[in-house]
Design a protein around this ligand. Sequence first.
Ligand SMILES: CC(C)(COP(=O)(O)OP(=O)(O)OC[C@H]1O[C@@H](n2cnc3c(N)ncnc32)[C@H](O)[C@@H]1OP(=O)(O)O)[C@@H](O)C(=O)NCCC(=O)NCCS
Length: 186
Amino acid sequence: MASTLPLHFKVATPDDAAQIAKLVQSAFRHQDIKWTGPDIELNRRFTTTPAQPLAIITNPDAAFLMATTADGTLVGAMAAVKKTEQLARLAMLAVDPTLQAGGIGRRVLAQTEEFAVETWGVKKLGLNALNTRELLVEWYERRGYVRTGERSEFPAEGLRELGIVKEVFFVEMEKAVGGDGMGEKV
Ligand SMILES: CC(C)(COP(=O)(O)OP(=O)(O)OC[C@H]1O[C@@H](n2cnc3c(N)ncnc32)[C@H](O)[C@@H]1OP(=O)(O)O)[C@@H](O)C(=O)NCCC(=O)NCCS
């Protein structure tokens, strides 16, 4: 669904860390079983603190993009970190749970991609998503990301107590950028 809600984008400053942490935590804890997948108990327990976005905000090779409405309400955010001259990693994409599935996520992702390309001149963007969230992996595929075939470890403590016996790992994905193919228009 395309969102027509006017959004303003800005790069976060240290004062924004607390509200970003609040948004990220509420977005990841949101429980839509169809979209979230069977790892719902992992979502319920997701916790973050302002220290996490603050570390990104204060890193000279990183930024947290914020999407706000006209009255300044934060509705979406995503982090970008320059890893090499060629590659930036994107992470912590989050949309206000009351506004999810309305097209904001794809706009925040597109804006963060554009920021990384314009600021650092990178040619590749990398991100990951849990293997249990196939719909989310497919959503990134529709945004032009491809599975690299690599996996990254998910911290396994507590998974068995949650009744999760299947293997949980991060699916690594990449997208070539900086040429003509920056992906869809938002
Ligand atoms: C993932 C997230 C950022 C997406 O943002 P959003 O604003 O909800 O996303 P959009 O509205 O742009 O897109 C929603 C997509 O999901 C699909 N979708 C929505 N609800 C769905 C459902 N119940 N089942 C299947 N697909 C669904 C829509 O078809 C749409 O796909 P399309 O744009 O390719 O047609 C948001 O849901 C979120 O904050 N989730 C919690 C945090 C998170 O998981 N972040 C990603 C970590 S890797």
